[in-house]
Design a protein around this ligand. Sequence first.
Ligand code: NI
Ligand code: MN
Length: 231
Amino acid sequence: MFHGKMKITYYGHACFLLEVSGVKLLFDPFIRGNEIAKSINIDQIEADYILVSHGHDDHTADLVYLAQKTGAMVIASWEITQWLAKQGILNTHPMNIGGKRKFEFGEVIMTYAAHSSSLSDGTYAGVAGGFIIKNEARSVYYSGDTSLFGDMRLIGEMHQIDLALLPLGGNFTMDVADAVLASKLIQCNKIIGLHYDTFGYIMIDHKEALQQFAEHGLQLNLLKSGEEFTV
Ligand code: NI
Ligand code: MN
């Protein structure tokens, strides 16, 4: 592994692993019941940290199971960490929108996302968010489930984003056209698409999506489940 680089493994939907300086960060754990991740063995997933963008099932279905199994520290909204405590998960770090925190692997900034957030039992999960993960060499932005919003421009002005993971599926989040605009606002030309093709509402045409990004000089990556990407 080259110094400072980050490696992503895409599992499916919005679930992926980010490896930073040998530390494994799992995002929005959703493997069981995830059509795209059906070839992934949940018990082979390792994590030192689990980051949760918001409470919805398609981002937290395997949160309690994997937090218990791996012992990973969960970084999430205050409300989600309170809910986790009631499930016996105490190794958590609460954050909220705009918060910055240094961890052993680098800095985490919790960003705004325009979306709703509640847990499967109806518990209020705080405000939905996204994350910027930064080390001395790279910055990666995961927007979480969100619409396009104008303050993405600030993210672009304040940070040098090397790679962004953005939803593409529409209906619940940005669609492809919105994600193209988002990439411009955050000034990032390397994108990994998330939150598409998992179920009926969010199917996309791959060829068309790749073309739309390419027309704007942007590199869109539509990864297969289990595929790795280094930045
Ligand atoms: Ni959601
Ligand atoms: Mn979602």
